[in-house]
Design a protein around this ligand. Structure first.
Ligand SMILES: [Zn+2]
Length: 146
């Protein structure tokens, strides 16, 4: 999928030392040239998310087996942020609206919340309530009041 500037892209951030949401800043042809981390603001080339690389898988496996010699290895814990980053992959972050109780929302809209960051509306559950998926997980948000 070709990116255009403003799109959300999942990538590994060297500053945050984890996979984060990045905003595409520069595109050349079909190649992303420059992105900005939404967490720390660091700008640079787009790096492959760790969970998609062999090194990332190895790290996840090693982490999971540390101190569990007597117990059975458990399944790697789901990273809640991974679902979120995949949900907003390729979306246009410039369309994200600043959250307030007065905004009007429809499914698929992007929100920018001052504590939770970028979120995507996954469902409208009532005339004034929406389920919004943030990096830390889904939340019910009130909207359309005032
Ligand atoms: Zn970062």
């Amino acid at each position: 999928m070709p990116y255009v500037p403003g799109n959300a892209a999942e990538g590994y951030c060297l500053e945050c030392k984890k996979d984060t949401v990045h905003t595409v800043l520069e595109v050349s042809g079909t190649q992303v040239r420059k992105v900005r981390c939404e967490k720390c603001g660091e700008e640079g080339p787009l790096r492959m998310p760790r969970h998609k690389t062999r090194a990332g898988l190895r790290a996840a496996l090693q982490k999971n087996t540390v101190g569990t010699t007597k117990r059975r290895p458990r399944k790697p814990k789901e990273d809640p942020g991974q679902t979120f980053r995949q949900a907003i992959q390729g979306k246009d972050l410039t369309t994200a609206v600043d959250y307030s109780i007065r905004v009007s929302l429809t499914e698929g809209d992007l929100l920018k919340h001052k504590s939770f960051g970028i979120g995507v509306v996954t469902a409208i559950t009532a005339s004034d309530k929406a389920t919004v998926l943030f990096e830390e997980g889904p939340r019910t948000m009130v909207f359309g009041r005032g």
